[in-house]
Design a protein around this ligand. Sequence first.
Ligand SMILES: Cc1cc2nc3c(=O)[nH]c(=O)nc-3n(C[C@H](O)[C@H](O)[C@H](O)COP(=O)(O)OP(=O)(O)OC[C@H]3O[C@@H](n4cnc5c(N)ncnc54)[C@H](O)[C@@H]3O)c2cc1C
Length: 289
Amino acid sequence: MESVKHLQDYDIDTRFPATVIASERITPEESQEEVREIVLEISRPDFEYQVGQSIGVVAPGGEEFGAKSHFRLYSVADLPEKKGKKQRIKIAVRRCFYVDEYSGESYPGIASNYLCDLKPGDEIQIAGPFGLVFEVPREANANLILIGSGTGIAPFRAFVKHIYHHVEDWHGRIWLFYGARSGLELLYMNRWKDDFTQYYDREMFEAFRAVSPRPHWADPIAWDRAMEERSAELWKLFGLSNTYVYVAGIDKMLVELDQVFSKIAGSAELWNRRKAELRAGGRWVELVY
Ligand SMILES: Cc1cc2nc3c(=O)[nH]c(=O)nc-3n(C[C@H](O)[C@H](O)[C@H](O)COP(=O)(O)OP(=O)(O)OC[C@H]3O[C@@H](n4cnc5c(N)ncnc54)[C@H](O)[C@@H]3O)c2cc1C
């Protein structure tokens, strides 16, 4: 796995154009959160990517923001697809707002608003692909605990699809925990797009939802119920040498998870020791933003 990088460390000089093929809102209209699935087509013949990677988007920036362009990363949200000789890539983008802690004022995030406002036919500049954060474990009987919040479900959607469609002898357990502030924001797990249903009849696949009982943007995600109900089994899995824990989403979920897992472990000390073991073995991997 690649070590943590800062945005300025990425090669964004090698940029190339991508055309917007589709942009679809994947959260219901009544949800306050707007997440769009955007399909991009890349004509560069040598462009290849894999699930587990991300692409860079170069959003033009007005002078008032002090930079000519803004570079941001987005996870690959589906299996690679080719139309003729051209690669297509799907990303899921949440329209973000930056809230000033002092004034409480809300400002639109530059790159996500730029992406969410695009229309089919528009051309943008992208870079990458970058990283291969989540890799399929070598052991076909590995236990995978995938924990995603918000748009953090996007890489896991691609990852689970990849395993079940392309890893032939996979017979490991996959437990997917998905956290959102409200049921309306459970991406790819709602009545409009329920991609995970196709795996529900697999004996070793289970998906659990963790939804906040008080859906407000600043509320923590209620991981407790989904995880504590399975605490004995989770703790047993954490202790096995073939268990991998992959985490993706907004960074504050790490604190929330530490609290829940400390409770499951019996103390913060026990949990920190177990997490350090998992991390040292490359079996705890995070992608947070
Ligand atoms: C490896 C990697 C993969 C990423 N994958 C995705 C992805 O698949 N989909 C996606 O929407 N974003 C993803 N992001 C975040 C993305 O790169 C941008 O940071 C995000 O779109 C906000 O950029 P902005 O310019 O609009 O707003 P900024 O002004 O940069 O940020 C606005 C605020 O939004 C918060 N924020 C950023 N991203 C999110 C998010 N997705 N959900 C909730 N709050 C957020 C920030 O902490 C900040 O407070 C990823 C980031 C990294 C490092």
